[in-house]
Design a protein around this ligand. Structure first.
Ligand code: 7PJ
Length: 283
């Protein structure tokens, strides 16, 4: 196992996440068009029930997202995103003992959901939208900064890197610095290589293999590969048939030092983590 260099107690609003061990983040899409479960959990009661079952299955965090970032997905207005996300965050905060993460790049959504009880801001654009750094800073919440080149709509059109690992690391270092300048210290930051975002299959595999290099930035790592096309491409499987491939990557991500796994299949991933923990706890 890798030696971790970050604080292990992450304060997420009124809850604490113990990062001395790995955690499952369950995905709750409240979009009509996400690639693997779009439209299933749009209504607050359906979303609440699904979140409840992910919590019972072992999720420490629930990641609520109202904007689909799949290539070619339509742009969502701020009011539409708020209408999708806010009622769900409010219901989860009221009903469940779980850390609510909000998958958003929109400052207004950060502000409103932090008021409603969110515990983490998860931004695939790493707080690059105007006003996002300031909104995240004011929320007092930790942030997950993800690497992506370009915008979701066009990011998969021939992504190229001269030095993939170096560029991802430099990007994350620059965003950490931007955070520090608005008062978001490194002790409030989680980093994410951004699998599937402006990356070819070979980029994704190479970044995964060398992921431990990113630990040098001094923050915990979040990995999101669940059911993604890198699994589908290697195994030649449709979205509904990517569980075993996703679990293999989950186990490998933990072995490489990741502390949060963002997944659809919570119970199965929680078993992977528990099994690894049992071995690591042995004499
Ligand atoms: C990720 C995410 C990811 C973080 C999505 C999908 C696409 N947030 N949001 N990391 N992916 N932090 O689930 O396939 O990899 S949406």
């Amino acid at each position: 196992m890798n030696v971790q260099q970050f604080p292990t107690r992450l304060s997420c609003g009124n809850r604490v996440l113990d990062l001395s061990r790995p955690h499952v983040m369950g995905i709750l899409n409240v979009t009509p068009d996400s690639f693997s479960d779009g439209g299933l959990y749009g209504r607050p009661d359906a979303a609440l029930r699904h979140a409840e079952s992910m919590l019972a299955a072992g999720a420490s965090l629930i990641d609520v997202g109202g904007e689909s970032t799949r290539p070619g997905a339509p742009v969502v207005s701020t009011s539409e995103e708020l209408d999708r996300v806010a009622p769900v965050v409010e219901a989860l905060a009221r009903e469940l003992d779980v850390i609510i993460s909000v998958d958003t790049s929109t400052p207004e959504v950060m502000r409103e959901t932090s008021r409603l009880g969110a515990g983490l801001i998860n931004d695939v654009r790493a707080l690059r939208r105007p006003g996002a750094l300031e909104a995240a800073a004011a929320s007092g919440l930790p942030v997950c900064l993800m690497h992506m080149k370009g915008e979701p709509g066009t990011m998969q059109q021939d992504p190229r890197y001269l030095d993939l690992l170096g560029e991802v690391q430099a990007f994350l270092r620059e965003r950490l610095q931007a955070c520090a300048e608005v008062g978001i210290g490194a002790d409030r930051v989680i980093l994410d290589p951004g699998f599937g975002f402006a990356k070819t299959l070979q980029h994704n595999l190479s970044l995964f293999k060398h992921m431990p290099v990113l630990l040098a930035l001094g923050c915990p790592l979040l990995v999101g590969v669940s059911r993604k096309s890198m699994v589908g491409q290697v195994l030649q499987r449709d979205v509904g048939e990517r569980l075993y491939g996703s679990l293999a990557l989950a186990a490998l991500a933990v072995a490489k030092g990741a502390r949060i796994l963002r997944v659809h299949d919570v119970a199965e991933t929680a078993d992977v983590i528990r099994m690894i923990a049992a071995v690591e706890a042995a004499e």
